[in-house]
Design a protein around this ligand. Structure first.
Ligand code: ADP
Ligand code: MG
Length: 388
């Protein structure tokens, strides 16, 4: 944990001059709408209080210097005009990719000294990578006067991760980090990036949303993502539509019959059912939040988990244990969040039951012989911003 003064001091020690400012960008959890963002569908993330922060100063000599307080090793020095996709660089590829993507888009970024630090747990499905990208993008946007809106920065950050780092992610994580606001979840339509801030004031309703970081990551994940993505594309192709977003929930049953008749693999049938069902669940949760019936969203979350477990098959024993234990201990609902195969789950619970539910989950993990998960409340927080 480094405060802003410490970040300034470490920047100054590292680079021999003061930073021009400090920026922050949060990690996120997705409330509902999973594996929908590469199908032009709906997602509904909220920003966490956990942030990546960057102390930054411009350079005009073409040098890009990167350091993170969270990674052992010295300063990574690169030339902005020699940045090339997929050349490694480890963690530094995320911020370097943003510089590359900005320059590719014609923005005059002539170099920078950057000191990063983050409280977003990495690899927990909470988007530490997007936080790093968005904070870098926002700082450079401000310092070089690029005039990009938060959503533009999110698209630049996604391009950095897709094309420079080489991770085929959708746009949800970056949009959440860039565009979320305090006390709200973000309804994002990934087809046209249309969005609405949906009031989600948990404490006003006497509720809590717990994040349970299982601290496991099963190796299966990467290949499985590509396989699900290909399966969804195959489903859309067989149905003669561009993406699964074009299939209304009301036509799902008939479409699944058509897929079976067309000889689709049974996995494709399951993937289509999940994606179209989860888009519908996003709409249901929004309607409930708008009506002030936040508690009623709990069972929708649990239904989403079942779909991810049984139809998409991206859950794992640890995530299932969180969901089953939390629900048995009186939670309103729970589901895995993010890509699955480990990472985090979320639990919607009455404030006064939060401690008991947490205790049950911790005990269940001990009994199962798993490591201790991290548990903390997800308070819907602000998106990326300048701090100093
Ligand atoms: P997630 O985004 O779910 O946390 P990813 O695998 O997408 O997981 O991104 C994690 C990677 O992001 C880390 O392996 C590291 O390369 C980079 N990263 C995240 N936070 C930091 C940090 N504070 N300092 C340096 N690199 C970081
Ligand atoms: Mg990530």
């Amino acid at each position: 944990m480094t405060d802003d003064a410490e970040l300034t001091a470490s920047f100054t020690e590292l680079y021999g001059g003061a930073p021009e400012g400090i920026w922050a960008a949060p990690g996120r959890v997705n409330l509902i709408g999973e594996y929908t963002d590469f199908n032009d569908g709906f997602v509904m993330p909220l920003a966490l209080p956990h942030t990546a922060r960057a102390a930054v100063a411009r350079r005009t000599d073409g040098e890009l210097r990167l350091h993170s307080t969270d990674v052992p090793g010295g300063v990574v020095r690169l030339r902005v005009d020699e940045l090339t996709p997929n050349e490694g660089h480890g963690w530094a590829a995320y911020p370097a990719g943003v510089v590359w993507a900005l320059r590719e888009a014609g923005h005059p970024v002539t170099g920078a000294d950057i000191q990063l630090t983050s409280t977003v747990p990495t690899g927990a499905g909470l988007s530490s990578s997007a936080a790093l990208e968005v904070v870098t993008g926002l700082a450079l946007n401000d310092l070089f006067g690029l005039g990009l809106a938060p959503a533009d920065l999110a698209v630049i950050a996604q391009r950095a991760e897709n094309a420079f780092v080489g991770v085929p992610c959708g746009v949800m994580d970056q949009m959440a980090s860039a565009c979320c606001t305090e006390g709200h979840a973000l309804h994002l339509d990934t087809r046209d990036l249309g969005r609405r801030q949906v009031p989600f004031d948990l404490s006003a309703h006497g509720l809590r949303l717990l994040v349970v970081d299982t601290r496991v990551k099963h190796a299966l994940g990467d290949g499985a993502y590509a396989e699900r993505r290909a399966g969804c594309e195959e489903g859309a192709r067989l149905l003669g539509i561009r993406t699964l977003r074009e299939l209304p929930y009301e036509e799902l049953g008939a479409a699944l019959d058509r897929l079976a008749e067309a000889g689709a693999d049974e996995s494709v049938v399951r993937y289509v059912r999940h994606v179209v069902g989860d888009n519908q669940r996003v709409e249901r949760v929004i309607a409930l939040l708008d009506a002030g019936e936040v508690r009623a969203a709990g069972p929708v979350l649990t239904a989403g988990h079942r779909s991810l477990r049984d139809d998409l098959r991206v859950s794992c024993a640890e995530l299932d244990l969180v969901v089953d234990t939390a629900n048995a201990a009186g939670a309103l609902g729970a589901r895995m969040t993010g890509g699955g195969f480990g990472g985090s789950a979320i639990v919607l619970v009455e404030e006064e039951r939060a401690d008991a539910v947490t205790k049950s989950v911790l005990e269940a993990f001990t009994s199962a012989g798993y490591g201790t998960p991290g548990v903390f409340p997800a308070v819907p927080s602000a998106g990326a911003r300048r701090l100093v």
